[in-house]
Design a protein around this ligand. Structure first.
Ligand SMILES: [Zn+2]
Length: 368
């Protein structure tokens, strides 16, 4: 099976500048790892997409936000202060520092890739497509935050519904941070099942994504938040997949799976406190591949996060390996702890699973 990988060099422009945690060299690091023998037989083809137009962006953002964002970040990339008040539309962590790249343009490439990913899968070019730089899950219709300008995850789902007539789309967010932006787009929408595994919101940005947040109106039951305990590792994630993610997915019967999230659940990540080893990323890719049998093997996978440069390309590759069904020989980063030791957070994870089930047993018979 050949993976389609959407990538272009221009993605390096998604760079908030020196001193900011989100730099543009991450994409090239992954591409380099992909090109070297680290893939160990993953069959892939690189595809380039075009920039998203304003018309494309209207599907996910309002005009005023797009206009401001375009003008502000284009000015910033030229070293100008730029117009207006950034904080009216963006959070402080979206402030570019020093000499940033052409962030807005790169963000348009990422939405362009989302559009192209939908076309490639729906028109039968590939069953599984990875969009490098995708998964900007904190962005909303009129607000950018958490290093995200335009929400390409939401774009994928809305585009698949609007252009290809899909009725059941699964978004599986495995990033360490809750996908508050994506959640907002679909909170009352039963066409999109949003399952979000993330670090306990009491301990990390954005502070949302508790088990009791289950959706609204017709969308009740179609948002499933799984707040993972700090430190949760391989066995915790595996158990959540076995007891919640897989059974609900089988009951929902999605027509496609969109997964997003990069390397930040890794135990050596610089911004988060989860405990996933590289093998855990492989396992996630593998689980998604197995679940996708329910939807003709269709998967769009979005990877951009990660705040440890030594981990990031390997974790992204591990996901790709799992998706492709190619067992990789993964080289874990140096650590003092025994990553093969029992996941001591499993007991806490079991409590979280019971909480999620209690909140959702009215909506999903498999959780009853
Ligand atoms: Zn994250």
């Amino acid at each position: 099976m050949t993976l389609g990988i959407l990538y272009r060099e221009d993605l390096k422009e998604y760079d908030f500048g020196q001193g900011h945690p989100f730099r543009g060299d991450r994409f090239d690091a992954f591409y380099h790892a992909l090109r070297s023998n680290l893939t160990q037989g993953i069959d892939y083809r690189i595809v380039k997409s075009d920039l998203a137009t304003d018309d494309d962006l209207f599907l996910i953002c309002n005009r005023e936000y797009i206009n401001f964002t375009r003008e502000f970040y284009r000015a910033a990339s030229r070293g100008l202060t730029g117009p207006g008040d950034l904080y009216r539309f963006h959070s402080a962590d979206n402030t570019p520092l020093g000499k940033p790249g052409k962030i807005e343009e790169a963000a348009r490439f990422i939405v362009g890739q989302a559009k192209e990913a939908c076309r490639l899968v729906q028109e039968g070019f590939f069953q599984k497509v990875i969009s490098v730089g995708g998964g900007l899950h904190h962005a909303r219709r009129s607000r950018g935050e958490g290093f995200c300008l335009y929400n390409d995850v939401a774009y994928c789902a809305l585009h698949l519904i609007k252009k290809y007539g899909m009725e059941r789309v699964l978004i599986l967010d495995t990033d360490a941070h809750a996908g508050n932006g994506t959640c907002e787009y679909f909170y009352d929408d039963p066409r999109v099942l949003f399952i979000d595994l993330h670090q306990d919101p009491l301990t990390i940005y954005p502070g949302t994504g508790f088990a009791g947040e289950v959706g609204r109106g017709e969308g009740k039951g179609f948002t499933i938040n799984v707040p993972m305990p700090v430190g949760a590792g391989y066995e915790s994630f595996q158990m959540v997949f076995d007891t919640i993610v897989e059974p609900v997915t089988m009951e929902f019967k999605p027509q496609i799976i969109i997964r997003n999230g990069g390397s930040d659940p890794h135990f050596k990540d610089g911004l988060t406190s989860l405990g996933l080893p590289l093998e855990g990323f492989f396992m996630i890719g593998q689980k998604v591949r197995q679940m996708a049998e329910v939807c003709d093997d269709k998967v769009i996978d979005l990877v951009c996060s990660g705040y440890n440069k030594d981990v990031l390309p390997h974790a992204w590759l591990a996901i790709a390996g799992g998706l492709a069904g190619i067992k990789l020989n993964l080289k874990e980063v140096e650590t003092d702890c025994d990553i093969h030791a029992e996941d001591v957070y499993l007991t806490k994870t079991k409590e979280v699973i019971e909480d999620v089930k209690a909140n959702h047993r009215d909506y999903w018979s498999c959780l009853g």
